[in-house]
Design a protein around this ligand. Sequence first.
Ligand code: ATP
Length: 434
Amino acid sequence: MENLIEKIVSLCKRRGFIYPGSDIYGGLANTFDFGPLGVELANNIKKSWWKKFVQDRDDMYGLDGGILMNPKIWEASGHTAGFIDVLVECKKCHKRFRADQIDSKKCPECGGELTEPKKFVPMFKTFIGPVEDSSSVAYLRPETAQAIFVNFKNIIDSFHPEIPFGIAQMGKAFRNEITLGNFIFRKLEFEQMEIEYFIQGKDWEKYFELWKKEMEGWFLGLGIKKKSVRWREHKKDELSHYSKHTEDLEYNFPFGGFKELYGLAYRTDYDLKNHSDKSGKDLRYIDLKTNERFFPYVIEPSFGLERTMLAVLSEAYDEEEIKGIKRVVLKFKPSLAPIKVAVFPLLANKPDLIKKARQVYEIIRPYFLAIWDDRGNIGKRYYAQDEAGTPFCVTIDFDTLEKDDVTVRYRDSMKQERVKIDELTDYLKEKLNE
Ligand code: ATP
């Protein structure tokens, strides 16, 4: 679809999914705020991830580590020395680019000459305490993974898991990104959903393949078409400082085509070994059957929340023309839809209708995220809910007062059905679970 990204950006603002950050002050590049519908969508994605990868598995442990951690962690992990972006600047228009993201030796914007590449550590620095000197420097974490490694021994001591097992965490990560992103694809602060899966080194290929399937399977389950994704292996010179083998799951984003959605990295025993060395604490795993002590190897599936949201929005966006009128619909899978049911009294100025509609609203509310709307005409209310991606609208009309039934209108087919009020909750439960 032409200009799909512009359409999504504008719909997200209009309907309260995603607002540009600090907007009334002229904005702040690469920052965004989630509005009421954006929070719900984000939470539904996170809930689905946590259930699938933590709660439904016997071999996974959840964690919520700190954003601020001892800066020695970032030395041991290699980030202060090895987490580097290479920056070039156009001498003419002064735009900055990441050297690995541009193809030619000229400025992609104006064709100007570029400066020599300059190394740059994209971690945000801050200071702990009132004195801003080198001894008080701290970093906002650039990935959630390190909290997992530094808690490895705690989890072992509390739960005695057998290898293979994983530790999972979701939360904010921060990167001082050089380039301007495409909407929420590249933000300064974003949410990661990461797993460190601890294995025996000899098994890495088997588990790598297994995690490829798991990652893709979960993502497609959000309602994404198979043809919209592909895997791409990192070339040797592209690998992060900790990785022996990385593959990206790429999604065909509505700007610039296939780009990294998630990463899957084989991190070997790099992190646990370095943290053992630098902290002086023995982080080896002890196999209680053989008494063998060793550093487990690690497969790391790393998911980004915002890139998931952008893919889900792109996939769900649809436009139709009905009797000369354009209809915009977000065809979310019901489980992801921010609002599940909207309840409308046909007219706002008829007390009997309002009273009955309120009763219906109160009946279904404990079970689904429902909203009430009595503004404007019914056509406008449907239009607004289609743009919000609400799967069902329930209208209470004059027939309801006599027959105790309501009209249920489907978002995708616009089909309408009459359903008895006392059957409505079960009816919606069944349809929303399909
Ligand atoms: P890129 O090459 O696009 O900068 P990356 O390879 O640095 O990404 P990883 O370090 O592999 O990204 O991070 C894991 C995941 O976190 C990514 O696959 C992506 O989903 C998400 N992510 C990384 N950086 C950002 C960002 N600035 N904004 C939003 N999501 C991000």
